[in-house]
Design a protein around this ligand. Structure first.
Ligand SMILES: [Zn+2]
Length: 298
């Protein structure tokens, strides 16, 4: 049995998978915000509850909103900031009495979809999560690619390619740069663009509904969004040439992206044709926790 834990900022989700990927047990608890020791205890209790319900012991993989720094062995880049600077993998392994594998949550998402999701069978898979941020993960031959700096797939903090005059220098990003892809493609970025063109303060998904209803301002925002998405993802296609790009997160529910973006990316890709497929995640919100479970091989 494989156990996956998705250690989010507001909730911790745990699930047990049978060897064939069937879900045996799933539980969700509120995350103890801001307290590291309580977080460790919460994960231990969650694993104990899942194993008691399943009547079996499992391997344990954990997805986190950050990464273990190869330089220090400590967590970095987590927006659950109480995890940063901590030896989370060692501390969890000790508390759980077995080795624990830790990975970035977008990497877990990519691994889940490449293993038995919408990208199953593809040689090179790029997984993208677009919601409040713009994360990514890379899977090659079924194996997660972590990278020398543990940032493989972090396309969101590259600058937006081929910017128009009004896209330069671009909005400031929390990473300290300006004009990062994330500042154009995240949900809040789409909402900001709608306000900038005179629309009200509504969610990204509401902007899509308004576009479907014929709102010309909302339609303009989505067309700009699709152009930016196509330019941003074309540089990924040119670099790693994935067979499948799989989308998750709140903005993956924008149905028109799957038709429009591939119509636009050709002019930015260095190829006569583009065979890459852009698809929606099969496992939806469960992909993070499923991918954490898949961090252990059979
Ligand atoms: Zn940035």
């Amino acid at each position: 049995m494989r156990i996956g834990i998705d250690l989010g900022g507001t909730k911790i989700e745990g699930l047990a998978l049978a060897s064939d990927g069937r879900e045996i047990e799933r539980r969700r608890i509120a995350a103890p915000r801001g307290d590291y020791e309580d977080t460790i205890r919460a994960v231990v209790d969650l694993v104990a509850a899942i194993e008691a319900a399943a009547g079996d012991r499992g391997t344990i993989g954990v997805g986190i909103p950050g990464a273990t720094s190869p330089a220090t062995g400590l967590i970095k880049n987590a927006n659950s900031t109480w995890l940063n600077g901590r030896a989370l993998e060692d501390d969890l392994s000790r508390a759980l009495g077995r080795p624990v594998r830790l990975a970035n949550d977008a990497n877990c998402f990519a691994l889940s979809e490449a293993t038995d999701g919408a990208a199953a069978g593809a040689h090179v898979v790029f997984g993208v999560i677009i919601g409040t941020g713009t994360g990514g993960g890379l899977v090659v031959n079924g194996q997660l690619v972590i990278g020398a700096n543990a940032i493989a797939g972090e396309w969101g903090h590259n600058p937006l390619p081929a910017p128009e005059d009004d896209e330069r220098p671009g909005p400031p990003c929390y990473c300290g740069r300006s004009g990062c892809i994330e500042t154009f493609l995240s949900g809040p970025a789409l909402a900001r663009d709608y306000i900038a063109r005179g629309g009200p303060d509504v969610t990204a998904i509401e902007i899509v509904s308004r576009a479907d209803a014929g709102d010309p301002v909302a339609i303009g925002c989505l067309e700009r969004y699709e152009s930016r998405f196509a330019r941003a993802i074309a540089t990924i296609i040119n670099t790693i040439d994935p067979g499948v790009i799989v989308l998750g997160g709140g903005l993956s529910n924008i149905a028109r992206l799957y038709d429009r973006v591939p119509m636009l990316w050709g002019r930015h890709v260095f190829s006569d044709r583009v065979a890459t497929r852009l698809v929606r995640a099969r496992h939806g919100d469960a992909s993070g926790v499923r991918g954490a479970a898949w961090l252990w091989p059979a």
